[in-house]
Design a protein around this ligand. Sequence first.
Ligand SMILES: C[S@@+](CC[C@H](N)C(=O)[O-])C[C@H]1O[C@@H](n2cnc3c(N)ncnc32)[C@H](O)[C@@H]1O
Length: 599
Amino acid sequence: MPLAQRAGDNSEARYCGVEVGFSDDIQNTLAFALGGQFDFIVAPLTDPEYRPSKGKEGPPPFSGSDLVLSPSQWSSHVLLQGLSNLQIWLRIPLIAPELQAVEGTVEEDTAFLKREPVSGKPLNDSWEWWNMFRSLCEYHCQLSVVLDITGSLPSPASLKRWIGEPLRAVIIHTSAFLTNKKGYPCLSKRHQNFITTLFNHNVQIIVSGESMHHVDSLDPTTASSESGANGSEDGAYPRHHLRPYLEYISHLYRHMDPLTEQERFEIGYRDFLQAPLQPLMDNLESQTYETFEKDATKYNQYQKAVYAALVDRVTDDETTVVLMVVGAGRGPLVRASLQAAEDAGCRLKVYAVEKNPNAVVTLHSLIKIEGWEDLVTVVSCDMREWNAPEKADILVSELLGSFGDNELSPECLDGAQRFLKQDGISIPSSYTSYICPITTSKLYNDVKSYNDLAHFETAYVVKLHSVSMLAPPQEVFTFEHPKFTGDKIDNGRYKKLLFQPPEDTGSALVHGFGGYFDAVLYKDVHLGTEPSTATPNMFSWFAIFFPLRRPVYIPAGSAVELHFWRCVAPSKVWYEWAVSSPDVSPIHNANGRSYWVGL
Ligand SMILES: C[S@@+](CC[C@H](N)C(=O)[O-])C[C@H]1O[C@@H](n2cnc3c(N)ncnc32)[C@H](O)[C@@H]1O
């Protein structure tokens, strides 16, 4: 039975298994573990005592026939170390044995990796063992990792690296547990936080070792309500000696914070590649507008910004402010603007400019339903071509992509500023893209599975989740509006960035870059996704992912140097990117050969 569900989380269930020794009687071993409420066992495939005797032909080192369990029992409840549905799971200690005080890890299994230092890599960091092994396997998508956790944990930054790796399970040893006041097993705060993080990333937990807490009745603070008080459900077996550990793990899971509304919306999108929208070249579908319109936070921020701009702009009761919503879609920014005007007590004349004829139909009907005919004029036109009958005081738009400028807001607004007064206000007034190097095995393998160059040179919209940020995001490109320079505006850009991972990270692998944005709507009203300032409860934008054709190894203490270009041609805009240190990558997407946004 899976661990009791955490509130609001209907995604994959979390399970807790138990490691068992080699057994001739696997039926009984399994029944005992399941009776103790564990979900599965982890068992060695071969007898560790078995030694092939020289010159003698003997039976293979297996205990018995595969018929000892039914096929469904094998697949649901038994993890054969190393083999699982044609997946290979490499088991390594989280802390290299020579560094840890506590014994009982799997040193033998990984000894071959430690035999010789390779190119000076610090072999006391078990992540290096994993990295060497998976590099030898060319990052194979069926290769995953399982970590043994004991009493000590590595530094927070080095621990964080594992979240971007294909970590399937952790084996938590009974020696990792402390004892609470009542004599029951519990974990240190750091261990608790790590296990909780693992739950969030669908990592299964396996308990292993001898019981170190000989308690025979359940601790009321950790007992799971659905389990029997003593022994197995049907009483056929004695109480499982590791049951208090399972109960503690289950307790941690049940007491996690419930998912927020935003997390509930996003959960099905985590770590899935999506092609970015092309709202200029294509016409968005009705369903896409419907999703946008559910994001109350986004429109609240716009309403606040329009209100603040109106308050600054209106000096007497007689003024009628001309406000143009450019790229009005089905009208939510028109609604937010009219509401802001009502709150500010000022008169507003609105033009709603939209180039998607389908959205224009809905916009017309909204205006009729709401009785806004005297307030709002609908213009079915591309804003870059419209001959406006008068100039605007305020230009409101939302043409932002996950990387700020990637849906060509700069090019559209440069075209629209012709009909903004010289002292007029653009909402947004500026936006900035941000980027950082990330470890993301899952996304890298998903891109690789397309088996062509073009997919490695494409940016993807992704709800980044099982990803490790190796350094904080840094600013890439900023665009400001309006920009009355008199000259033709050049929206081409180039930036070189240097990312220094925290000192205690150790080495790491970069699979690509995560991109975000922040937009200043008006003065101190902003919205964005850059993690340190992200607008809470806003779900209109996921991050953007720029992959690398080959992951780049970053030795401990080294920085990552990234070059990023925004290139503009008469009919398209595209990005190019390359890493120049500590290793040199090719320039990705040279001349926009694989990915571009149409003008
Ligand atoms: C991201 S959507 C936002 C729609 C709406 N404002 C909202 O918040 O739901 C951008 C809208 O701008 C429109 N658009 C993009 N470029 C445009 C252009 N050059 N002229 C007119 N409309 C444009 C698209 O068709 C789309 O409806």
